[in-house]
Design a protein around this ligand. Structure first.
Ligand code: HPA
Ligand code: ZN
Length: 319
């Protein structure tokens, strides 16, 4: 089988990609020049989540105007269309922008304009997921949620990202409860090999009652939680190439084991501009490392559509 070809031809849903993580070097340089700001260029060489985040946030200073946010999202959506992504759920980090004086409406309007145009011109459907930065306070997250309420029709759900150490899910229990009451779907990062990983996954599932889990691969260590994921049909959005950077291990064995035990595992790209692989490259890398069969590759994409937050009439067209 020509693996690259097979992967290229599959219609795909991508459920775990950070828009700010799609800021490719050439766009970063162009935006920094356009805005007259001095921005450190990412140098790579990440060894863990913390060392990645230390290069990730400073690069965002290149993003200032509504047009910048449009250009960022449009660039991603063009690359997604070229990889036959039909639906993408796009994380964004408003607090990384509002914290440096860029208004929330500037961020969301730029992203939304790209999404509307991509549906019309590229045949890619996309939705936004607002991520709270877990290393900031719960109060800051709550006020960000309040800022998002006028844009509810543009934002399908909320997530939680940034540094997990000492920032467990229960810190945001009230924020997530309010988000649920306001009609948002819920997901959160349970990053790879973090201290307290299993307890954080347990809290996310049993107390926060998330609809999906991002990464979450450590769940293989807790059979009762694997059963719970399976019973509830909860999706895990796994990012093998990203895992390889932040832990030195793609976790291919663990991802394949979860897939084969019937958990709705999906594969996505996380921060492709930093980790050097979009969704197709992640699917190829995982297949090579874990020896997935063509049927298993198709199952990964079926899972992605099944656990997507598409409206049922759109979702069912892919199943
Ligand atoms: N984990 C936590 N925070 C992040 C990530 C991630 O994988 N990507 C971008 N912000
Ligand atoms: Zn992520």
């Amino acid at each position: 089988m020509d693996l690259e070809r097979f992967v290229a031809d599959m219609p795909k849903a991508e459920l775990h990609v950070h828009l700010e993580g799609t800021l490719e070097r050439d766009l970063l340089i162009r935006l920094a020049e356009r805005n007259g700001v001095d921005v450190p260029l990412p140098e790579g060489g990440f060894t863990d989540l913390t060392s990645f985040l230390a290069q990730y946030y400073p690069a965002m200073r290149a993003l200032v105007t509504e047009q910048d946010f449009f250009d960022l999202a449009w660039g991603y959506l063009e690359r997604a269309a070229a990889q036959r992504v039909r639906h993408a759920e796009l994380f964004f980090d408003p607090q990384a922008h509002t914290g440096r004086g860029v208004p929330f409406p500037t961020v969301v309007a730029g992203y939304r304009r790209a999404i509307v145009r991509a549906e019309r011109e590229l045949g890619v459907h996309a939705d936004l997921i607002l991520c709270f930065l877990r290393d900031l306070s719960a109060e800051h997250a709550m006020s960000t949620l309040m800022e998002a309420l006028p844009y509810r029709d543009w934002i399908v759900g909320v997530g939680l990202d940034s540094d997990e150490r000492d920032n467990p899910p229960q810190k945001f229990a009230a924020v997530f409860a309010r988000a649920r009451a306001e009609g948002f779907l819920l997901t959160m990062h349970c990053d790879i090999d973090q201290p307290g990983s299993i307890e954080n996954i347990r809290t996310a599932l049993t107390e926060i009652e998330v609809d999906r889990v991002d990464h979450g691969t450590n769940v293989v260590e807790a059979p009762d939680l694997v059963d719970l994921l399976r019973e509830r049909g909860i999706g895990l959005t796994c990012c093998p190439i990203s895992n390889g950077f932040v832990t030195d291990d793609m976790k291919a064995t663990e991802i394949a084991s979860l897939l084969r035990s019937g958990v709705r595992v999906t594969v996505a790209s996380d921060d492709p501009a930093y980790f050097g692989g979009y969704v197709a490259e992640n699917l190829v890398a995982l297949t090579r490392a874990a020896g997935l069969t063509p049927d298993e590759l198709v199952q990964l994409q079926r899972n992605a559509f099944a656990v997507s937050w598409l409206a049922p009439f759109r979702r069912d067209a892919f199943l």
